[in-house]
Design a protein around this ligand. Structure first.
Ligand code: ADP
Length: 434
């Protein structure tokens, strides 16, 4: 909504000039009439002058008094802050901003404020146009005390947003040399900040929960081994095996957390070393052969013979393919086969890409889970993930690594027909001169 202020500045000057004109006409007519009386000898000069002074006073004094009173009371139309400069400052503020007089009447508002609260109108009380009780309370308090006020509230229209309102009293110079206490209301969208805060809190809560679970199991088994199962050799062997698995899980979780924070820290720096990803994928697949054997899954590799180079970080790429192939072996084991392949293709904007596909033939993933799979600690089935020694951080790490390489991660799945995870990397530019 555009705010037109041209009318307000002209309305400010109009009453002055109108009234001056009316007074001038009255004085002119009175002057002429008195001159005629003096000329015809019906009135003495001294009396005529006295009469003129009385008429002049009657014509000028009332509206001077009226102005003095109204300027004190901030009556609309003659408010001294109706100045183009103030209006321009409010209009130029990037956040929604509204300038109110001391009674809470809107003097100026910018386009962002009009969009935020479409019911706000110039020269009308802001309290009637604002919905949120938090704003109204803060505004009432600011009006009553002329002190700054802050309020946070949840705005539901057009989407849920956390907004912060700041009301600051501002002394605005008046035409007659004094200052007028106006109030500047500014609104700030706090949603991104809140989201980050929520994510951080969730992350800490999840991480501590994930660590506490194996820790509780470990201390439980230690107690049992020190007490009731002290001399039970069979139980000791079994419990030590479980304790080893729990300790491994904790170590893995800490490892994943550290990797994640390392990748996040360097997210803005794109790796610039040329690496051949074919041997990296082979190394990972070979390393996972024992797991594949244990899960009775065959890993089929379809990779080119020639080197395929991208700008990448070798350690991170090892971690990325390890997570994808291991997930395929763990969650897609029932399919009995995992295919790892590499193809060259182009992205939507025509950039040549190297794509590594990891495909399994397991149960697949229901579509509602796909958009959330790369969130930290998100699992389709928490019990299944824990049973597989998962941390819920693998795909989040994969996504961060792909992003750091300025690539993309695609996840496709047909329930009951497996899942395909594709890591796309921009192809390294050929060396100059080739
Ligand atoms: P986790 O440590 O639990 O494996 P990930 O972030 O690697 O964590 O994976 C998140 C979840 O995505 C897993 O818990 C699992 O439910 C699901 N998932 C990942 N890969 C596959 C796959 N190939 N097939 C089916 N589900 C998968």
């Amino acid at each position: 909504m555009a705010i037109d202020d041209s009318s307000s500045s002209s309305s400010y000057f109009a009453p002055w000039s109108d009234r001056l004109r009316h007074s001038a006409i009255i004085l002119l007519v009175a002057g002429l009439a008195l001159s005629v009386f003096v000329a015809t000898g019906e009135l003495g000069v001294a009396r005529a002058i006295a009469a003129f002074i009385c008429i002049a006073a009657a014509a000028l004094v009332p509206w001077r008094l009226h102005d003095a009173v109204t300027s004190r009371e901030d009556v609309r139309g003659v408010n001294p802050v109706e100045a183009a400069a103030v209006s321009a400052v409010v209009a130029g503020m990037p956040d929604p901003a509204v300038l109110l007089d001391r009674a809470g009447r809107v003097l100026h508002l910018n386009a962002a404020a009009a969009q935020l609260a479409p019911a706000l109108r110039k020269n009308e009380l802001a309290q009637f146009a604002l919905r949120s009780p938090e704003i109204i309370t803060a505004l009432r308090e600011a009006i009553a005390t002329t002190e700054p006020r802050r309020a946070t509230y949840l705005d539901h229209v057009p989407v849920d947003r956390w907004m912060e309102l700041i009301i600051t009293p501002v002394p605005v110079p008046t035409l007659f040399g004094g200052t007028d206490k106006c109030m500047l209301m500014t609104f700030h969208d706090q949603t991104p900040l809140r989201r980050v805060e929520e994510m951080r809190a969730d992350f800490v809560a999840n991480a501590s929960h994930e660590l506490r679970t194996p820790l509780a199991a470990l201390s439980g088994f230690i107690d049992t081994l020190q007490g009731p199962a002290k001399d039970d050799v069979k139980a000791r062997e079994r419990f030590l095996g479980i304790m080893h698995a729990q300790a491994t899980r904790m170590a893995r979780l800490i490892d994943d957390l550290l990797s994640l924070s390392r990748v996040e820290l360097s997210a803005h720096v794109r790796p610039d070393t040329s690496v051949d990803i074919v041997p990296i994928i082979r190394q990972v697949a070979d390393g996972l052969e024992p797991l594949a054997h244990e899960r009775q899954v065959r890993i089929e590799i379809d990779l080119p013979e020639l080197p395929v180079t991208i700008a990448g970080d070798r350690e991170e790429l090892l971690r990325l393919f390890e997570n994808l192939i291991e997930n395929a072996l763990k969650y897609g084991a029932s399919g009995g086969k995992v295919i790892v392949s590499l193809v060259r293709a182009s992205s939507a904007d025509g950039t040549p890409e190297v794509r590594v596909l990891v495909r399994d033939f397991g149960p697949g993933i229901a579509p509602e889970h796909l958009p959330r799979l790369t969130e930290r600690f998100y699992r389709v089935d928490v019990g299944d993930s824990r049973a597989q020694g998962g941390t819920g951080l693998g795909l989040s790490l994969v996504k961060h690594i792909v992003n750091r390489h300025r690539g993309r991660l695609l996840i496709e799945s047909v329930p009951k027909n497996g899942a395909t995870f594709t890591a796309c990397f921009p192809q390294a530019k050929p060396p100059v001169g080739t």
